[in-house]
Design a protein. Structure first.
Length: 91
């Protein structure tokens, strides 16, 4: 049985992206995936995907924008008191 790691980041935490194309962007965590070590941050790492229409479910085709996951090593927690990136959770 695979063991799931305990992460220091939680849903609702404010983080800043420290590497990658969205470096410097801030946002709140909307989803955490401990098994893949990834988090989804609102407004960051936006991807576009072409979707085919599905008449059975009533879905329209076109281009859909969606937030993709970021590895937890590429984000840093923001301290609520100082509004600066930090490694440790103070609360």
């Amino acid at each position: 049985m695979e063991r799931v790691k305990k992460l220091k980041l939680k849903k609702g935490d404010e983080v800043i992206v420290i590497t990658g194309s969205d470096k410097g962007a801030r946002g709140q965590i909307t989803h955490v995936s401990p098994s893949t070590d990834r988090v989804t941050v609102s407004g960051v790492n936006i991807k576009r995907k072409a979707v085919r229409p599905n008449p059975q479910t009533g879905e329209e085709g076109g281009i859909v924008t969606k937030e993709a996951g970021i590895h937890i090593s590429n984000v840093m927690l923001i301290d609520p008191a100082t509004q600066k990136p930090t490694r440790k959770r103070t609360v």
